[in-house]
Design a protein around this ligand. Structure first.
Ligand code: F6R
Length: 261
């Protein structure tokens, strides 16, 4: 794992967008894993701008989202399909048939989870997985005590997640679906590369636990310490509790990969 510290939220989101753009230019049919949530909105805004102004093409890219609420149809404004259409899919030249999210309305949810896992494998696996982290340490919707080898499955959301995600549901946690389909921690760890974006002072505590603390299913983001190629991009506000902060700053200044950023 490596941690990259950027001065502010926008610089952090821009760096993540530039890494994604570089990977798409290197491999136009990239299999890209996507996340939702407020943190990602700035990344998608940068990618949409790069498509518009810099000729970045998503025409051959395939995407797999981490998760979707159970019971919400695609057209529901609270669904993650709707979020993705609004923030990215309808703003770039992605072929919508190459964009995959779990179907939270499928009659047989276990079969849908298996189908999703197979679909990822059939397309060669995820090349680059974008991630955020929840205040309870979740990646995807892998809430505390999710098995670190878990696969795509149904998961009940924690009260903290219902609260955090209520903005899309008239600020009413009771309106947030109680369950979701999520890629498992094991599924995420099989991606060839991961990039996690964490911003804001409210995430400083959980960021330090996930990156510098022990690997534990209580903080599923900590499983990323097992990933052979995981970059965590943070802003100064999120970085305040990190013990290795000076080393991380030095790495960004000196590692060849980051010399053009
Ligand atoms: C959603 C997802 C979640 C979010 C996390 C942070 O697809 O993967 O793990 O990344 O809940 O959400 P925000 O950015 O809203 O704090």
């Amino acid at each position: 794992m490596e941690i990259i510290i950027q001065p502010d939220v926008d610089a952090a989101a821009l760096l993540v967008a530039r890494v994604i753009a570089r990977e798409i230019r290197r491999k136009p049919d990239l299999v890209l894993g996507l996340a939702t949530g407020r943190t990602m909105e700035a990344v998608y805004a940068h990618l949409a701008r790069m498509h518009r102004d810099e000729g970045l093409s998503f025409a051959s890219v395939r995407t797999f989202n981490l998760d979707e609420y159970i019971g919400l149809p695609a057209e529901d404004p609270g669904s993650y399909r709707h979020y993705m259409n609004t923030h990215l899919f309808h703003k770039v030249d992605l072929n919508i048939r190459n964009t995959y999210l779990p179907d939270g309305t499928a009659p047989n949810l276990a079969a849908e989870c298996d189908r999703y896992e197979r679909a990822i494998v059939e397309r060669g696996g995820i090349d680059l997985q974008l991630l955020g982290i929840g205040h309870d340490g979740h990646i995807g919707f892998n809430e505390p005590l999710s098995a670190l080898r878990s696969r795509t499955r149904e998961k009940a959301l924690t009260l903290s997640t219902l609260q955090a995600n209520s903005a899309m549901f008239n600020n009413d946690p009771d309106k947030v679906p109680r369950r979701a389909i999520t890629m498992g921690v094991g599924t995420i760890l099989e991606s060839k590369r991961c990039i996690m974006l964490v911003t804001g002072a409210s995430k400083a505590g959980i960021l330090a636990k996930a990156t510098e603390g022990p690997i534990t299913s209580m903080v599923t983001g900590s499983a990323l310490q097992l990933h052979p190629r995981c970059t965590v991009v943070v802003d100064e506000a999120a970085a305040t509790n990190l013990e290795g902060i000076e080393y991380y700053r030095w790495l960004f200044e000196n590692e060849p990969e980051w010399s053009t950023f």
